[in-house]
Ligand binder design. Structure first.
Ligand SMILES: Cc1ncc(COP(=O)(O)O)c(C=O)c1O
Length: 447
């Protein structure tokens, strides 16, 4: 009965949503359909498989699946409110915006709400251009800011090259390279955009002092600094905002002009995103406060949810828990790397923003598959497939660290056995094909 239900659902997905996605997932034995979900776990709709979610959609499920705190706030809000009217003033948007302003260092004050991270990034770019009257936008090669218009233009070429003429004015430079940035900034540069820790590029930790130097350069050249905290925000790194790690020292606070927040702000329950900015940028709206609007952006039900998320994620005990978990993972991962250093090259970490850097480009898909087979959901980084992103829920317990590490070690062992049979430089889809063949025993492998 349950199996039939799953088959029917997969057939409908194939017929009405995406035949290509169904083909892909079936081909590689990853045709998981989310049914029950709770805390750190996801169950397949047929009830046969239970995964520990160590990806969390890049932070959407920071508070785990179906957090009871968030659900109860939403239920109360449903008794009184709805989406609200985006043309009118709103008590809920005002309260959430004030709490966000209070949560930031420096003078980041105003917030415009959106529905998705791409939309919020589009507005950040519009603000920078509107304020400076300049057009050039500099961002990191291999970075990712969403699939909407301007956000897409600021991201990696592979996501946009098939879709016709690109908006002008966007250039990319290597992340962490201050000299390239200095050379790129000119009198037409409106903004520099960085993720605090580029996730799609493989959880790259910025070099010491990098962001303070970027801030100084931007100040010198009148360029707006946009920081994408879509994945790193709301406690993921052990501080409420990831960029707070890079403040202090002789350069003082590293306060961005614009901060973009998404994913976790939703509590995994109600989509809401935010573009938060310093007072000078408000000027963009002086002549026409309706120059940018979003019908569902800052829906009042979503504001109730986000307010709770912010309250929970700001608590000192919550952040302490993240840091304690991070320390435990560091110890356990260092040990794992030491014993499997022919497969894992490095463990990248800031708080629970973690990445497993492996031997070559085949390893990401391979480890994702072997981890899935051991009931652990990991996803490799799209722009560096030698890295698996490792983002467990921030509310997991210390006991669950043992569980995750056991699954991960078993997956690494299996992947290590399979790796020699994979050819390097074959491209990701052929890596997947090889992985599939190896796992199904169609091909012989050593070890
Ligand atoms: C760093 C970063 N910025 C922006 C986005 C875009 O967010 P959304 O998918 O909500 O448009 C993402 C999504 O994965 C992201 O990881």
């Amino acid at each position: 009965m349950e199996v039939n239900l799953k088959n029917k659902m997969v057939a409908d997905f194939r017929s009405y949503v995406s035949p290509d996605k169904v083909d892909f997932f079936q081909k590689y034995g990853l045709d998981f359909v989310s049914g029950k979900r709770e805390g750190c776990y996801l169950w397949d709709i047929d009830g046969h498989k239970k995964l520990f979610n160590a990806h969390c959609n890049g932070g959407v499920f920071n508070l785990g699946h179906r957090s009871s705190d968030i659900i109860s706030v939403l239920k109360q809000a449903l008794d009184r409110w709805d989406i609200g009217n985006h043309h009118l003033l709103s008590a809920q948007r005002a309260e959430l915006a004030k709490r966000l302003a209070d949560s930031f260092p420096g003078d980041i004050q105003y917030t415009v709400f959106g529905v998705g991270g791409g939309e919020a990034m589009d507005l950040a770019i519009k603000l920078a251009r509107g304020y400076t009257g300049r057009s050039k936008i500099v961002s990191a090669k291999g970075g990712y800011h969403g699939h909407t218009g301007l956000a897409l233009a600021a991201g990696d070429e592979k996501y946009r090259k098939s879709f016709g003429p690109q908006p002008p004015g966007f250039v990319q430079i290597p992340f962490g390279d201050l000299r390239s940035l200095e050379e790129m900034l000119d009198e037409d540069t409106a903004a520099v955009i960085y993720e605090t820790i580029p996730a799609t590029q493989g959880i790259v930790i910025p070099p010491d002092g990098f962001f303070s130097d970027v801030r100084q350069l931007c100040d010198k050249k009148g360029v707006q600094l946009i920081i994408d905290e879509v994945q790193t925000g709301l406690g993921r790194t052990g501080k409420l905002w990831g960029f707070e790690h890079f403040s202090g020292g002789s350069n003082g606070d590293m306060v961005p002009d614009i901060v973009v927040i998404g994913k976790g702000l939703s509590g995994g329950i109600y989509p809401i995103t935010a573009t938060c900015f310093r007072p000078h940028l408000q000027k963009v709206f002086n002549d026409d406060p309706f120059i940018h609007i979003s019908t569902f952006g800052g829906a009042e039900l979503g504001c109730a949810v986000a307010l709770k998320v912010l309250e929970l994620s700001s608590q000192a005990e919550f952040l302490q828990h993240v840091n304690d978990l991070a320390k435990l993972f560091r110890e356990r991962m260092d040990n794992l790397v030491e014993r499997h250093n022919h497969f894992i090259i490095a463990f990248r970490q800031l708080g629970l923003m973690m990445g497993i850097k492996m031997k070559n480009d085949m390893c990401g898909p391979l480890l994702m598959k072997t981890a899935y087979d051991k009931d652990l959901l990991l996803v490799y980084a799209g722009n560096d497939t030698s890295v698996c992103q490792f983002l467990p829920p921030l509310v997991m317990t210390f006991e669950q660290v043992d569980e995750v590490m056991e699954k991960l070690e078993a997956a690494v062992k299996k992947a290590t056995i399979l790796l020699p049979a994979l050819q390097v430089k074959e491209g990701v889809s052929s890596a997947w094909d090889k992985v599939k063949k190896l796992l199904s025993g169609e091909e012989k492998h050593g070890g």
